[in-house]
Design a protein around this ligand. Structure first.
Ligand code: AMP
Length: 190
């Protein structure tokens, strides 16, 4: 019998719906969805030292530095609820972060099972971004988030494809269809 994947990275541009899909899959598998964006926003809202350090970076749609993100993710994946599996939403976002994730998992004696790439055409991404725009999201910041994705995060697709972990999923479908495709992909095993 195929072994169900339980250590999964979600890749996708801002607005691809990967956050929603990670939440749905987390509920189906009973493993936590770890959203680094949510963790950082919570730190900002709570006014922690991390929050005040990253606030302006989030506002500008830039990336928080790799070392800080490594600390955040290492601590989160070390918690008990992530021992049997996790879904990463928003991490890694750079090749250096992918290397750090490898080290974190290697130290724990585990490995990634799958990388789900939620694919949505650029035109649709821009439409969605303008649609769900938060008050402080200028068009410039939206454009910047997409540019940062293209430059820093897109190279991860090739990295994980090379390792045989990448599973592209059509994200330009209704939420439930995307969720069903993802669940089938995960149940097909590693
Ligand atoms: P998200 O909700 O995933 O779009 O993340 C919101 C913001 O948090 C991003 O625009 C970045 O400023 C920051 N962020 C989240 N995850 C990371 C990461 N892995 N590396 C760097 N910055 C991140």
């Amino acid at each position: 019998m195929a072994v169900e994947a339980r250590r999964i990275v979600f890749l996708g541009a801002p607005g691809s719906g990967k956050g929603t899909q990670a939440e749905l899959l987390a509920a189906a598998l009973g493993v936590p969805a770890v959203s680094t964006g949510d963790m950082l926003r919570q730190a900002v809202a709570a006014g922690t030292p991390l929050g005040s350090r990253v606030e302006s970076i989030l506002k500008a749609g830039e990336l928080v530095d790799d070392a800080t993100m490594g600390d955040v993710v290492r601590a989160r994946l070390g918690q008990a609820d992530a021992a049997a599996g996790f879904l990463l939403d928003g991490y890694p976002r750079t090749i250096a972060q992918a290397d750090t994730l490898d080290s974190i998992l290697e130290e724990a004696g585990v490995a990634l099972d799958l990388v789900l790439q939620v694919r949505v055409p650029e035109k649709e991404l821009v439409r969605r971004a303008l649609d769900r725009r938060r008050e402080d999201d200028t068009e410039e910041v939206i454009g910047n988030r997409l540019a940062v994705y293209e430059e820093s995060t897109r190279p991860l697709i090739g990295l994980y494809r090379g390792r045989g972990l990448l599973r592209p999923v059509d994200g330009n479908q209704p939420v439930e269809s995307v969720a069903a495709t993802i669940l089938a992909t995960v149940e097909a095993g590693v």
